[in-house]
Write a protein that binds this ligand. Structure first.
Ligand code: BES
Ligand code: MN
Ligand code: ZN
Length: 496
């Protein structure tokens, strides 16, 4: 979808469709009132007749409103002003986009200033509307045969604000667009099946992302390179797979070379069978999404490049396939990580931490200002927090607080779990420096405890996105989270 900015008067619009909000009871916003006046009270009359109450998400399409030059008006209910919040806002934009899917308009105008949302300025509303609209027409058709369905809905959305708001709105449109583009990329990579989206495929896509992008470079470490670096832990995970493992390194240079980068490390298990500790069959197909942490690094780097942010970012993606095989790693095997610490692999299904630990050691060479890893790491995070927030833990209070704040800012929620020392005892091994699992209790925390042993040299936070990176059931598919959170984080670091 394309986005543009207009500062023209709503009553003079020649748009194919004006999206006009109605709050309860039957109240128009400022632009709506101006349009209503020009139409000699047509919108008011429709509401008085009882055809539009303003219930949240309710829509009514009015073709050829008398007195207007625009071809249609879409009324969208916003509920009571006092009940307006981020969720209702999301619902309102979604309802408008759905209604536009079934009408002939290919272009529309919205008036974000008409909605009053406590604690959110115009820029937020514009950015969020663009982000949501940009995601509303996402479809994954790459693997469907036959004629692709003809796209319906609008191709262009104009954001209309007054002159005073234009500068802020212009920047907000760019941000919302960049984030939605990053989310689309993350969703595409997540949704691709594991027979297509292999570690080699991810490496190829990484190079494609960097192509024609002056600030972004990619290098790919092959298994031989990783052997030289003594990444015994990472390499043990791919041992049972015919697909060679890769460590994909992105370097985004937006600032002087001497500026320490932000490092983002994303779990890229392109399929997780569990290995010899084989998973049960039920819903195992969803383990193609086990590279969504990696996908969020791709998506964030796309958004950061799109916005040409003046900051340095390193992205590290350990990409592997976790398979059972005659030479696969077995429970009880002991491996030596790049850090020199030894690990007893008691469960080959706790593989994410085994690839992350070597990638985390590797990014230490960049002397990063901070490191954030993103991983579909534990089923336990869904037990603890459900599918609403991602889990966050780390070794630096300020960094965790910043991330939580970013999540609130962009409405991509995260919630902290305690990374207390007491939990570290659960990783004791009789035979190696540590075990790769910590028993049944507090599985999300002991996974983070494991990672914490490889991140002592820098400020670090870990995001467990197992509950948020994809949806199951009828809506099965990747969500693109936490690209909004991570992009917001990088944007905020530019200012800091
Ligand atoms: N990729 C899974 C985590 C996962 C499971 C995400 C289900 C979403 C839904 C991870 O590699 C894994 O298998 N974790 C194990 C860890 C356990 C063996 C300590 C888990 O969560 O069961
Ligand atoms: Mn696993
Ligand atoms: Zn996994």
């Amino acid at each position: 979808m394309e986005f543009s900015l207009k500062t023209s008067a709503p009553e003079a619009s020649r748009s194919a469709c004006q999206i006009i909000t109605v709050s309860q009871p039957r109240k128009l916003g400022k632009s709506g009132q101006r349009v209503d006046r020009t139409s000699k009270g047509y919108l008011s009359a429709v509401m008085k007749r009882g055809d539009m109450d303003g219930k949240p998400g309710q829509t009514l399409l009015l073709p050829a409103v008398p007195g207007l030059n625009s071809k249609r008006v879409l009324l969208v209910g916003c509920g009571k002003d006092s009940d307006m919040n981020e969720r209702v806002f999301t619902k309102v934009v979604g309802a408008a986009m759905t209604a536009l899917q079934v009408c002939g308009a290919r272009e529309a105008e919205i008036y974000p200033a008409d909605i009053t949302l406590k604690g959110r300025d115009l820029a937020w509303k514009v950015r969020h509307a663009v982000m949501l609209a940009g995601n509303s027409d996402y479809r994954f058709n790459a693997c469907k045969s036959g004629k692709a369905e003809r796209p319906t809905g609008i191709r262009k959305l104009a954001v209309v604000v007054d002159k005073a708001g234009a500068a802020a709105a212009r920047q907000a449109i760019a941000q919302g667009y960049a984030i939605s583009a990053g989310m689309s990329l993350a969703r595409d990579l997540g949704n691709l099946p594991a027979n297509i989206c292999t570690p080699s495929y991810l490496a190829k896509e990484a190079r494609a992302l960097a192509r024609g992008n002056k600030r972004l470079t990619v290098k790919v470490l092959e298994e031989a390179d990783m052997k030289k670096l003594k990444m015994g832990s990472l390499l043990s995970v791919g041992a049972g797979s015919r697909q060679p493992s890769k460590l994909i390194i992105f370097e985004y240079r937006g600032a002087a070379a001497k500026e320490p980068p932000i490092a983002l490390v994303g779990k890229g298990v392109t399929f997780d069978t569990g290995g010899i500790s084989l998973k049960p069959g039920l819903m195992m197909d969803e383990m193609k999404f086990d590279m969504c942490g990696a996908a969020s690094v791709f998506g964030t780097l796309k958004a950061v490049s799109e916005l040409e942010l003046p900051i340095n970012v390193v992205g590290a993606v350990p990409a592997v396939e976790n398979m059972p095989d005659g030479i696969a790693t077995k429970p009880g095997d002991i491996v030596t990580s790049m850090s020199g610490q030894t690990i007893e692999i008691l469960n080959t299904d706790a593989e994410g931490r085994l690839i992350l630990c070597d990638a985390l050691t590797y990014v230490g060479r960049y002397k990063p200002r901070c490191v954030v890893d993103i991983a579909t790491l534990t089923g336990a995070v869904i037990v603890a927090l459900g599918k609403v927030p991602s889990g966050v833990m780390g070794n630096n209070r300020a960094l965790i607080n910043q991330l939580i704040k970013c999540g609130q800012q962009i409405d991509d929620k995260i919630w902290e779990l305690p990374l207390w020392d007491e939990y570290q005892d659960q990783l004791k091994s009789n035979f190696a420096d540590m075990a790769n699992i910590g028993g049944r209790d507090a599985g999300t925390i002991t996974a983070a405890c494991f990672l914490s042993r490889f991140t002592r040299d820098y400020k670090w936070a870990h995001l467990d996105i197992a509950g948020t990176a994809w949806l199951g059931g009828d809506a099965k598919g990747a969500t693109g989270r936490p690209v909004p959170l991570l992009t917001q984080f990088v944007m905020n670091q530019v200012e800091a």
